[in-house]
Design a protein around this ligand. Structure first.
Ligand SMILES: Nc1nc2c(ncn2[C@@H]2O[C@H](COP(=O)(O)OP(=O)(O)OP(=O)(O)O)[C@@H](O)[C@H]2O)c(=O)[nH]1
Length: 202
């Protein structure tokens, strides 16, 4: 049992601007469609169906809020970068996401999930830049690490760590696999830090 196993679905919001209750502490999860976000949330919570996983990219459209305990939340942001979404909608979404990162007072950390084989695509980079600008610490999670052999995995991690320096902010990079739970303790440690750091300041 860890703190995160108690995660419970709380609400869905159709739009980031409709997220309620900007109090307490929340940590958001974002990533391109199919990056493995739902799988990572399920792995973290040790629950099979907390966040739905699908093989159809782009299915996670709503913003899902999972409560850990009163005033502690995980926010599952919709996957981005889905080719079939019209440009106007993409722009609207990006603007809303930027606003969320800038204005959301309870947001204390952002996990950006990226397939270890294709990290730091344009939209990932935009998101990380916005977070850095807003002083939100970022954990870049290189997902599906089980897809690579150890040597290649290490090389990808080092390359991504090097690339992360360009953001000039609080950006940590680690590898992660929902299939074999590689990186789960490190992910939990980072989240613990975000939740606790702010608790102490209360
Ligand atoms: N090998 C491997 N495959 C994974 C891992 N995590 C997720 N996948 C697979 O990648 C696909 C997408 O995973 P999801 O967790 O649904 O991805 P998502 O980012 O939530 O996708 P959207 O719902 O489109 O936002 C599924 O087929 C998963 O089985 C992993 O750690 N290792």
């Amino acid at each position: 049992m860890t703190y995160y196993t108690q995660a419970k679905f709380s609400t869905s919001a159709p739009d980031i601007r409709h997220l309620e209750g900007d109090e307490g502490i929340e940590v958001a999860f974002a990533g391109r469609s199919n990056a493995g976000k739902s799988s990572a949330l399920n792995t973290l919570a040790r629950q099979k169906n907390l966040a739905r996983t699908s093989k159809t990219p782009g299915r996670t459209q709503l913003i899902n809020v999972f409560e850990l305990e009163e005033g502690r939340r995980l926010i599952d942001l919709p996957g981005y970068g889905f080719a079939q979404v019209p440009i106007a909608m993409k722009k609207k979404w990006q603007q809303a996401l930027g606003e969320y990162l800038q204005k959301r007072k309870s947001l204390k950390g952002l996990v950006v999930l990226m397939d270890i084989r294709h990290p730091f695509k344009d939209l990932d980079q935009d998101l990380i830049y916005w977070a850095v600008e807003a002083n939100i610490p970022v954990l870049a999670l290189l997902t599906k690490s089980d897809k690579l052999k150890a040597g290649k995995r290490k090389a990808q991690l080092m390359m991504a760590q090097e690339a992360a320096l360009a953001f000039m902010g609080d950006v940590t990079v680690q590898t992660f696999s929902s299939h074999n739970r590689q990186g789960l303790p490190e992910l939990e440690q980072m989240l613990d830090g975000w939740f606790h750091r702010h608790e102490e300041k209360k």
